[in-house]
Design a protein around this ligand. Structure first.
Ligand code: ACM
Length: 801
């Protein structure tokens, strides 16, 4: 089955083999741990390999790749532990031959050709690329292929034809909220190149910090950076480093909102008189540039000139998001200006401002990028609109002829499962469900309200239709277009569950629908949010999904992962990004058909290890360092084991808890165990996989053994980890969590025994177990015990006697 979804992209030399399941591929093929997965992979009928030794050399012809071949050789040394012999004088003897068809400018552009063909035979590897950029991408693929078996270090024989699906594959880094030193930025660039990401979107300014050292407006960095900013020389160094890796750098200076840092330095440019103090809190703040003040445009003109001097890219990001218009509304001068200019409202005023800014950028030969809010029909069509508001917004601007990139669903600062990011389709999708209710079908609609810990409640309605082929349904979140429901299940007692991906994450309602009343919770990622609601008399009208036509769809250039840094510091930067960003990179690079989540996770795990060894990413090192600090000791194994049972509370739950605790600001310590955790627990995901096998096949011994070993490990670890939790005030709040991990592991082991013996459970036992799981499902100290959901799945599988 697995292979079928891959048949577009994995073909073997013999036609027959291309339809076989993955496990039946020639030896070696089943473990091609490539990410992003290439457009086409052709394997020989009989597995062959090129066995490597330390004579390995790399020859390049057709363009000058500078020191890259030397760097690749040092990565091969890191991957093998070898010391390579000096490269031979005679380049025709090099094992890796790189042929570049066309010499182009070294600075990458949106239209750069990144295609390549990589052929590995038992005699060596040949990489043929259209341009230097294809060679860079192809070498990452080659390095991912390098592996070791019992006898040899080798590359499997293979032919790979590859090119990206989208030309704009970015990563937003935000040094404004918490500063990120240059060395950390450079390392992320290495990671990006490894993942074939090609745009660093550098969010250089925001309310809490101005990080771009201006020559003409030095008070910005002097007064609004706490001493943490990049000099022009440093920014040029980053650009040069990125250029060598074939990565564009698009700087963002956020106008006219998110301007508190400008307000501190140059209050006269703002829409209300100062003085202003540095903003330390997160969120959206009133300070906003004054569009009626000509000095504002002179300021932007000068800054654009300074930026253009440092950043060669054709695009410049002007932000434009989340403009709080309270200062505009309160200013008599600005209101009078709007009347004179015949601007109807604040959005009109922002559009006026953006048109002026766009002309300034054009004079500096720069095209404008901005967030959804800049969308306005008066702007020219060469701008790019980056969507954080979702596919509806992206579809609307694309349909109007505006180029766009998607970031909704790729916010890596929200801990979410990698699968959620991976499912993010990028192109707006048609509603894939029949919404008409046939004569012999029954439908029910329910409205719901889900309060959040910060901000307004989420409201909407959903409709379930009981049809010939089972249940189907759709959901209408207020203000959003209609979405289809997946995995509709009715449990005992009329309890309903279903799944739908939303802007908040993987959303799984678990609901009781009784006597016209709706209760229960929405599972957002791994956090339960209580909901209430009631039955509706009729099916709501809803909003039809917006899908641009094929021509307009071409306006969508790709997307960007975003790592906003409210909860990120340099010491945990790599934990937050890697390896998850590889999955986003795959969505942006690989054919749309590459969608198998289990296969993705399998490759992701291998790529995680590869990225540490070959690329030098620090996710493991950062985690070890944080756990060492928490344990006050190098003996961190108990804490690692305990951590493997936990996940950070997903979606923006942690931020919202900090808001409630008065810790929603730049000075809140990020020193909890929650900060050291990856977004999802691999151990628990694997436990869940094994449990699913076991639920389908109660006699599967290997699945049962895997579940038993994992649960016993967690159970037995409690005595070991408790002294560590007791010795550090930061860990103490987790003492009850450790006890719950033990009790849940014991419950799991008990259920496992009963399941293997084919026993049922009594209703009172079920209720007791359910209560224990419900108690353990609460967020504690910003973490969640991840095994609650897999164990709930097992409990629900039992026959109740
Ligand atoms: C954004 O998330 N405000 C771009």
């Amino acid at each position: 089955m697995l292979m079928l979804s891959f048949k577009h992209v994995v073909i073997t030399a013999s036609l027959l083999l291309s339809f076989l399941v993955r496990a039946e591929l020639p030896p070696g093929a089943e473990s091609l741990d490539l990410m992003p997965w290439p457009r086409q992979v052709v394997l020989p009928d009989v597995a062959q390999k090129w066995v490597l030794d330390n004579h390995l050399a790399i020859a390049v012809s057709g363009d000058d790749l500078g020191e890259m071949p030397t760097l690749w050789r040092s990565r091969i040394e890191r991957q093998t532990g070898w010391q390579l012999l000096p490269a031979p004088q005679d380049s025709t003897r090099a094992g890796i031959q790189i042929y570049i068809a066309k010499r182009v400018a070294a600075v990458p552009q949106l239209a750069s050709d990144e295609s390549y063909q990589l052929i590995v035979t038992p005699q060596g590897a040949t990489l043929a690329a259209a341009t230097r950029f294809g060679a860079l991408r192809g070498m990452e693929t080659l390095l991912q292929l390098l592996r070791r078996d019992g006898d040899n270090t080798f590359l499997p024989a293979v032919t790979i034809n590859d090119a990206p699906r989208f030309p704009w594959r970015g990563l937003l880094l935000d040094p404004a909220r918490h500063f990120l030193p240059v060395a950390d930025i450079l390392r992320q660039l290495d990671g990006m190149a490894a993942a074939k990401l090609n745009v660093l979107h550098w969010h250089l300014t925001d309310d809490q910090g101005w990080r771009f050292a201006s020559t003409h407006y030095p008070l910005l960095q002097q007064l609004a950076s706490d001493g943490n900013f990049y000099t022009p020389q440093q920014m040029k160094e980053v650009v040069a480093y990125a250029t060598r890796l074939g990565i564009r750098v698009v700087p963002e200076i956020d106008f006219p909102g998110h301007a508190s840092s400008i307000a501190v330095a140059y209050p006269a440019l703002l829409s209300a008189p100062g003085p202003y103090a540095m903003e330390r809190g997160w969120g959206v703040h009133p300070p906003t540039l004054d569009p009626s003040n000509e000095k504002v445009y002179a300021f932007i003109d000068t800054l654009t000139g300074e930026l253009a001097e440092i950043f060669p890219d054709a695009y410049l990001h002007i932000g434009g998001d989340e403009v709080d218009d309270s200062q505009w509304k309160q200013s008599k001068k600005i209101q009078a200006f709007m009347r004179r200019q015949q601007l109807a409202d604040s959005h009109g005023l922002q559009a006026y401002f953006n048109q002026r800014v766009e002309k300034i950028l054009a004079r500096h030969h720069r095209k404008m990028v901005g967030w959804d809010e800049i969308f306005h029909p008066d702007l020219p069509h060469n701008i790019v609109i980056q969507s954080w508001q979702g596919p509806d917004s992206l579809a609307a601007s694309a349909a109007q002829g505006y180029q766009g990139i998607l970031s909704t669903g790729f916010y890596l600062d929200q801990p979410q499962s990698t699968a959620y990011h991976y499912r993010n389709a990028i192109l707006p999708q048609t509603l894939d469900v029949e919404t008409q209710v046939a004569k012999d079908e029954k439908a029910q609609s329910w409205q719901f309200t889900m309060p959040r810990l910060k901000g307004s409640a989420v409201t909407g309605s959903f409709t379930l239709i009981d049809g010939e082929k089972g249940w189907r349904g759709f959901i209408d979140f207020s203000g959003k277009t209609r979405r289809a429901l997946r995995d509709i299940h009715w449990q005992r007692d009329g309890q309903l569950s279903f799944a739908v991906d939303t802007w908040m994450g993987d959303t799984q309602p678990v609901l009781n629908l009784q006597q016209g009343k709706l209760s229960g919770y929405f599972l957002l990622g791994n956090v339960r949010y209580p909901v209430s609601g009631s039955a509706l008399a009729a099916i709501p009208a809803g909003l039809p999904s917006q899908v641009p036509d094929q021509a307009a769809m071409k306006n969508i250039l790709g997307g960007e992962a975003a790592l906003w840094s409210e909860n990120v510091t340099p010491e945990i930067l790599d934990i937050k990004l890697w390896p998850r960003a590889f999955a986003v990179a795959e969505r942006l690079w690989s054919p749309q058909e590459v969608q198998d989540e289990a296969n993705m996770y399998q490759r992701l795990q291998a790529i995680d290890a590869w990225s540490v060894v070959s690329v030098g990413l620090q996710q493991q090192a950062e985690s070890s360092r944080l756990l060492t600090r928490l344990a006050n000791s190098n003996d961190i194994m108990p804490l690692q084991l305990f951590a493997s049972a936990l996940e950070p509370a997903q979606y923006y739950t942690r931020q919202h808890l900090k808001f409630q605790a008065g810790q929603y600001n730049q000075f809140a310590a990020l020193n909890r165990l929650a900060d050291a955790l990856p977004a999802e627990s691999n151990a628990t995901r694997q436990l869940d996989q094994q449990l699913q096998i076991l639920i389908a096949h109660p006699q599967d011994k290997s699945a049962a053994q895997a579940v038993r070993v994992q649960l016993a490990l967690w159970r037995n670890n409690t005595a070991w980890v408790q002294p560590l939790l007791a010795q550090n005030s930061v860990l103490k709040p987790l003492q009850p969590v450790a006890e719950q991990v033990q009790r849940l592991s014991e419950l799991g082991l008990m259920l496992l025994d009963k399941w293997q013996k084919g026993q049922g459970i009594s209703d009172s036992y079920r209720q007791l177990a359910q209560r224990q799981l419900d108690d353990a499902a609460l967020v504690q100290d910003e973490v969640v015990i991840a095994m609650v959901n897999p164990l709930t799945r097992l409990l629900n599988a039992f026959k109740v006697q």
